[in-house]
Each structure stands twice: as C-alpha cells, then as structure tokens.
Design a protein around this ligand. Structure first.
Ligand code: GLY
Length: 307
C-alpha cells in the first residue's frame, strides 16, 4: 500500500508577508506525520501528530493562537476519525487546553461517546491528564479588541452584514487546520481542529467537530474541510466526497464535484483536502488561498499556498 498524507492550514486569504510562515509550518507538520507513516506507523498517529504541530503553531486558527469568540475567549473544536470500525471522537467548546485533537482522540478511545462539549469536555480533559493551558495569544487578543471596538462597522445593524463582511474579507475568518492520511495497511484517518470564526456567538459549534461535515474517514477516503463551517455543515461535505468515491468517482472528481455544489448552493468560502486508499492526495478551494502540504510514497513534501 502507498502511504500519503495531506494537511491544510485553513481556507481564506493570508495576510501579505505571512505566506512563507504558513507554508513552513505546514511542511514541519507534514514531516512529523510522514516520519510516523514511513516507519510503518498508523495513519491515526500521523494525522494527530500533524495536527498537534499545527495547533502548537500560533499562526493557525487552532489550539494556541485560535480566534476569540464574542466574549473574548477561545472555544475550540476538533475531531479525529479512523476508517477502521468508523472510530471517531470529537470535542467542541473546549476553553483551556493545548491540543484539542488529543482530547478528541481520548473521547474516541476512552468513552462510549462520539462528542463531548463545553464544561463536560473540559472536565474530561482534566481527568485524562491534560493540564490547564490558555490558548489566547497577545496577537489574537489585540485583534479581538480591534474588532470589538469596530463592532458597528463589523456587524452593522443586522447580523446579515456579518455574513457579507466575512465574504468580502475572507482573511477575517478561517485558519482551521486539518490532515488526512493513509498508512501502509490501507487504513485511513482524518483529523481537524479549529477555533471557529472570530466573534462567533458563545456556544457556536462549527463543522470541524462534526463527523461527515468538517472531518471524515471511510474505508476509501479521508477528508478535512475548512472555511465557513455553516456551509460545510449544511452539505456534509466530507461525507459527500466519500459517497462519490464509493459510487465510482475518482478522488479529484469527487472533491471538485462537492466543491462545485458548495459554490452553486451557497457561494461558500471553503476548501477541502482528501486522500484515498490508493495513496492519492487532492486539495481544492474556493478561497484565494489555502496553504497546504502533502507527500505521497517516497516523494518529497510539497507545500503550496493555492492550487
Ligand atoms: N471551519 C471552521 C468553522 O467554521 O468553525
């Protein structure tokens, strides 16, 4: 079986001058996953190692450096899924933990549930030994103050202006991270982690922790989504990719069809990555940028800002 792994750093528009940092962070993260797969390790371990590296890098909107909600604190969402037995674990609304993806994995491995949220997720994380960690960085705090000070400009009189604002300024949201991999045994896994969208309502849950929406692994495909989660939730985008492949479509064809549907239905600012059981890796996006990196087999890691 051919090993492969692909990761993204979020669909949107990266600030001028930050491209190289975004690509270097992805290269480092994909190398961490590659080292595991290359020595015969599991895709589950590889996608988790990749996403941990991205969560620990404050330039991405996940783990440390995640965006703040309306009240000024982080609510972190994450999901991990393995094709074997459709094992899946997820968390949403975690406030003070360093690596939400590892808590999601514990939900999968140590509980009878698929998702824990809010205080329950936080309590579970502590019981599992995850120490207190404040993911808010000074840069994100300053950004939050700036946006809150311009709240009328940002939100206007009606909430629908927020939607228009996000469409006109896609760099404002996004930055979710995710990884998808296939290991030498042909087992597929996907992991996705995010702080959601800036100034989101307290309690808002996006697509990333929801299996089949922002994150999914079947026996044929593993996929991760990024962008405004409400569109991905409505379309169950990652499950839709798997269904198309299971019906006979090629991986690129399936990803492109799902993305086209997201465009037709919602004009959605989203991006998708996926690998299949043959070791193909595909990235597509409707935003200007989606930093991503991948490798296949023995080939070197490739990192790109856009497809
Ligand atoms: N795609 C991340 C979110 O909307 O929460």
């Amino acid at each position: 079986m051919s090993i492969a792994l692909i990761a993204h750093g979020g669909a949107g528009r990266w600030r001028p001058g930050s491209d190289e940092d975004a690509l270097e962070g992805l290269r480092v993260a994909v190398e961490a996953g590659r080292a595991i797969l290359a020595r015969g390790g599991r895709s589950l371990d590889a996608v988790c190692a990749t996403v941990v590296a991205l969560e620990d890098n404050p330039i991405y909107n996940a783990g440390t450096g995640a965006v703040l909600n309306f009240d000024g604190y982080c609510e972190l969402d994450a999901c991990v899924m393995e094709s074997r037995e459709s094992r899946v674990g997820a968390v949403s609304g975690l406030q003070r933990v360093r690596n939400p993806i590892l808590v999601a994995r514990k939900v999968m491995e140590e509980t009878d549930h698929v998702m824990l949220t809010g205080d329950g997720a936080q309590r579970f994380a502590r019981v599992m030994g995850f120490p207190d960690h404040d993911p808010v960085t000074p840069e994100r705090r300053a950004d939050w103050f700036d946006k809150r000070n311009r709240i009328d400009e940002v939100l206007g009189e009606h909430a629908h202006k927020m939607r228009r604002f996000l469409k006109e300024h896609p760099e404002y949201a996004g930055g979710t991270v995710g990884a998808a991999a296939v290991d030498a045994d042909g087992v597929l896994a996907a992991a996705t982690s995010t702080g959601g969208v800036t100034l989101k309502m307290v309690g808002r849950v996006g697509d990333s922790p929801v299996p089949g929406a922002g994150n999914y692994a079947s026996g044929r495909v593993a996929a991760s989504a990024t962008g405004t989660g409400e569109f991905v939730l409505r379309s169950l985008a990652t499950r839709a990719i798997a269904e198309r492949v299971e019906a006979g479509a090629g991986l690129a064809e399936a990803v492109e069809a799902v993305l086209a549907r997201l465009g037709e239905a919602y004009d959605a600012d989203v991006g998708l990555i996926a690998v299949d059981d043959r070791g193909l890796a595909v990235a597509r996006h409707r935003t200007r940028d989606m930093p991503h990196a991948y490798f296949r087999g023995d080939a070197a890691v490739v990192a790109l800002m856009r497809v």
